[in-house]
Design a protein around this ligand. Structure first.
Ligand SMILES: Cc1ncc(COP(=O)(O)O)c(C=O)c1O
Length: 406
């Protein structure tokens, strides 16, 4: 494990590999990161080959590389390649896992107030449609997930613990490993949404002890839009309900029965956009080469610097609490709607995003937040870019104060 901070030369090389860094200051990595050029280059090259040689024929040529995507993902999260299914996004991955649990009246699910919108919709649906009981655990006063509250919420009917590792609109990280320890002690299935943590920090499904892990490709993994994956622990695969199938799901079929394949790819559609799968493959390779330990170190450093600078600006309220904090920095500015801050920064070619209440509905509702500005850093960002963002916000506030006084 290499824990050396990235050198200046390495950061420069990452930026040289990423065309987008020359055109703008990108702090919307929690929305979608700038991909390394190698990702988009391979996608366009693959599409060109499809045009010239035929789509099935191109697929056949690239079959070994396409199949290797599962192996690369497995390496990233310390799983086996037969435990990985490619999906179009994280919501699809989470849904396959959650609806596959086939929860019924009397079953109980424990989640946290940081759960993501798509997942909350699944939980509310299960509650309304099947009478499943949902227990939501709020953060403690320090902004941390309280493990004792999780222990206390478990009953003989608890069938699932569903947790979002890093929330969409807050800077905290949930204690995935400690939650996993509790899930295992009580023999409860554990579904982790790692959409915002994958590519930002190290992920090891063996250490976490989760049974299911849902991830999207476009965020900190720097993959193309429309990519994602689901990890399904081998032992759980036969138990997860499978109702959506195509010819790729099975190893044999007769006129009256069929045999399902013996790996997680039973949960994957055969028909997919192979160009972006190959792009995703390159993105994972790029993350593996950079090293998630080193990425995590830099992301924490840069986001710490940003929080420090923002906190020093009168009128800015940083909302992130808890330990540790990650690359997602959320704040509001007195007198300005988050969307106005986003638009004014965008005019200066600085990208941030607005986190709406629905993304993390339980938490935002409890905090009475309707939306926040979300600035999310990645390892290819620089100290200079952080200063640019802080001074741009300072200027926006000054101009607002001037206008108010005129
Ligand atoms: C924590 C979290 N989980 C899941 C998702 C959903 O990902 P996707 O849009 O790929 O379905 C998001 C997207 O913002 C997210 O932030």
């Amino acid at each position: 494990m290499n824990t050396q901070p990235f050198s200046e030369a390495e950061i420069l090389a990452f930026r040289k590999d990423t065309k987008g860094t020359t055109a703008l200051v990108h702090f919307n990595n929690a929305g979608a990161s700038l991909p390394p050029d190698i990702v988009t280059d391979i996608i366009t090259a693959y599409l060109q080959e499809e045009i010239l040689n035929g789509s099935y024929e191109t697929e056949e040529k690239y079959r070994p590389q396409l199949d290797n995507t599962h192996t690369l993902i497995a390496r990233l999260i310390n799983a086996n390649s037969d435990e990985i299914a490619l999906t179009e996004n994280a919501s699809a991955a989470w849904d396959i896992a959650f609806y596959g649990m086939n929860l019924r009246a009397g079953d109980e699910v424990i989640t946290s107030e940081m759960e993501y919108a798509s997942n909350v919709l699944g939980l509310l649906y299960a509650q309304e449609k099947h009478g499943v009981k949902i227990t939501v655990i709020a953060n403690d006063d320090e902004g941390n997930f309280p493990l004792t509250a999780l222990e206390a919420a478990i009953t003989a009917n608890t069938r699932l613990i569903a947790i979002t590792h890093i929330p969409s609109t807050a800077g905290n990280v949930l204690p995935a490993i400690e939650i996993g320890r509790i899930a295992r002690q009580h023999n409860i299935t554990y579904l982790l949404d790692a959409s915002q943590s994958a590519g930002q920090m190290p992920l090891d499904v063996q250490a976490i002890g989760c049974d299911l892990l849902a991830v999207t490709g476009r965020k900190f993994l720097r993959g193309p839009r429309g990519t994602g994956f689901l990890y399904v622990k081998k032992a759980l695969q036969p138990q997860l309900k499978l109702e959506l199938m195509d010819g790729f799901t099975i190893t044999s079929i007769t006129t009256h029965n069929y045999t399902v394949r013996n790996d997680a790819r039973r949960f994957e559609w055969h028909e997919k956009n192979h160009a972006i799968v190959l792009g995703f493959n390159k993105a994972i390779e790029y993350v593996l080469n950079a090293g998630t330990d080193r990425i995590w170190q830099r992301v924490q450093y840069l986001s710490g610097l940003l929080r420090q600078q923002l906190q020093a600006i009168p009128g800015v309220v940083v909302h992130d609490t808890g330990t540790p904090l990650c690359g997602i920095v959320t704040f509001t500015v007195t007198g300005f709607e988050p969307v106005e801050i986003k638009n004014r920064l965008s005019a200066k070619r600085i990208n941030v995003n607005v986190g709406p209440a629905k993304s993390t509905v339980f938490y935002m509702h409890r905090k009475a937040l309707t939306s926040v500005v979300r600035a999310s850093v990645h390892y290819y960002n620089t100290e200079e870019e952080i200063s640019l963002l802080s001074s741009a916000i300072n200027t926006i506030i000054q101009s607002g104060t001037l206008a108010a006084n005129q």
